[in-house]
Design a binder for this molecule. Structure first.
Ligand code: CMX
Length: 433
């Protein structure tokens, strides 16, 4: 995979150089004052090779939609139906679809790199048990940073042409170690500190499920799907953009990824997956039923909005249709748990919420995003500890942001440093000064 990547990156680098030589002054868009003040929506300002988001169609990874990935990526040998995220990583990194052997070699490579040093567990253990799992996770990642090859080689004076190589090494090691760190946090916080040894015969996601304590084949398949669909969402979202930004300072992959995951831990981004289940559980309690009907749900949604809160799991900064990541999970639910009450509640919410959000007249996307479905599937298999859910999102997101970071360094992208202004200066512009 490494050699294949290097060939592709060299070719892309030469191509970009030519594009910029010939067309570097081409105007790519306009920027309005509203965009400057309102979260830079719609401003094109980044290059991310691993995936592209279309507002109507949703995400494509190197040109492949989620249903196409489900069809074309290698599966786990024992009758697995969901794609192996190892294959997705290969695709994002090289641009090529891997065969089963290539995906397996990624699994083997990560298994070989997966030993987590003891001080990482000590660092997590130093935190009180009530610490949020995402805080524990980022502390664990920061403790892993002691192993950074990039930081070491930079300190020794590596040539800038070779930055990508230790970044590749760090990215692979970091991804390899995350399942163990994530599982450790889960077992420490919720399962009486009783830990489970890795199973070297399993794939990356299957082993994560195993170390979490879930041996059900359905849960393992869910993890493969989950780790695939959460991996990447082009470059402008908070976690991907932050990782890219911090990496542009030549902070090593551990530092950059930890920064990105602090962003994922925000309720408008990845933490929304915990907020959705918390909100549904609160609704069930308030209504005194675990199967609220659509009228009850509609009333509860209106109450949520009246209290000045968002409906978690709905809306998106780019998407303007139902998120295909939601649809993929809905299909998984229809196949594996069609009668589950909570999953059915998620589907009823899907029928009720969009017209209500539409009626507000200000919500640009009334449709569900990835986070509105994921929790209910986890609860079905017994994972009810919703504060933990964003950690699973974070493990998956490593695949996309690390593949992108390797590309950033291979393409020699510089320090990111956009211009900011003061309102005083804006007023001077408006006065024509
Ligand atoms: N419930 C209630 N109001 C919502 C809403 C929702 N789900 N989504 C958007 N709005 C509101 C906004 O809060 C904003 O209101 P104000 O003008 O009063 O501030 C207005 O509609 C316009 O917002 P927008 O342009 O449609 O949405 P943004 O691009 O600003 O924000 C997002 C996008 C995701 C933060 C927003 O839709 C939201 O808060 N959703 C709920 C949280 C959520 O599910 N986040 C997960 C996103 C996916 C992910 O990153 O994991």
């Amino acid at each position: 995979m490494k050699e294949r990547f290097k060939e592709k990156a060299d070719a892309a680098s030469a191509e970009i150089k030519n594009i910029l030589k010939e067309h570097g002054n081409k105007v790519a868009g306009e920027v309005t004052l509203s965009q400057i003040y309102q979260g830079m929506r719609g401003i094109t300002g980044l290059v991310t090779e691993t995936s592209l988001l279309d507002s109507q169609e949703g995400i494509r990874f190197r040109g492949y939609s989620i249903p196409e990935l489900q069809q074309k990526l290698p599966k786990f040998p024992d009758g697995g139906e969901q794609p192996l995220p190892e294959g997705l990583f290969y695709l994002m990194l090289t641009g090529d679809l891997p065969d089963a052997e290539m995906a397996e070699s990624v699994t083997d490579n990560w298994m070989r790199r997966s030993h987590v040093p003891n001080h990482v567990f000590d660092a997590i253990d130093a935190l009180p048990l009530h610490t949020h799992p995402m805080t524990m996770f980022v502390v664990g990642v920061m403790a892993l940073q002691t192993e950074s090859t990039f930081a070491k080689q930079y300190g020794e004076g590596i040539n800038k042409k070779d930055y990508w190589d230790p970044v590749y090494d760090d990215a692979m090691t970091l991804i390899a170690r995350l399942p163990r760190v994530a599982a450790y946090i889960y077992r420490r916080k919720y399962k009486n500190n009783e830990h489970i040894h890795p199973n070297g015969l399993l794939d990356w996601s299957g082993n994560l499920a195993h170390m979490l304590g879930y041996e059900d084949k359905g849960f393992m398949e869910l993890m493969r799907l989950y780790m695939t669909i959460h991996a990447d969402h082009e470059g402008g979202n908070v976690s991907a953009h932050t990782t890219h930004l911090v990496g542009s300072a030549l902070s090593d992959p551990y530092l950059a990824y930890a920064a990105g995951m602090n962003g994922l831990a925000g309720p408008l981004h990845g933490l929304a997956n915990q907020e959705v289940i918390k909100w549904i559980f609160e609704m069930q309690e308030a209504l005194g039923t675990d199967a609220p009907d659509k009228v009850q749900i509609a009333d509860y949604v209106k109450k949520t909005l009246e209290e000045g809160k968002v409906v978690p799991g709905y809306g998106h900064a780019v998407l303007r249709k139902t998120d295909p990541r939601f649809t993929a999970q809905m299909e998984f639910g229809k196949k594996h748990m069609p009668d589950d009450k909570l999953v059915n509640t998620v589907w009823n919410i899907y029928e009720v919420v969009p017209p209500i959000l539409q009626s507000l007249g200000k919500v640009k996307n009334p449709w569900p995003n990835v986070d509105s479905h994921s929790g209910a599937l986890l609860v079905h298999y017994g994972m009810v500890e919703y504060e933990y859910y964003t950690v699973l999102f974070a493990v998956s997101r490593a695949l996309g942001v690390m593949a992108s970071l390797i590309w950033d360094r291979a393409l020699g992208f510089p320090l990111e440093r956009p211009k900011s202004v003061t309102t005083k200066l804006v007023k001077q512009w408006l006065d024509g000064k």
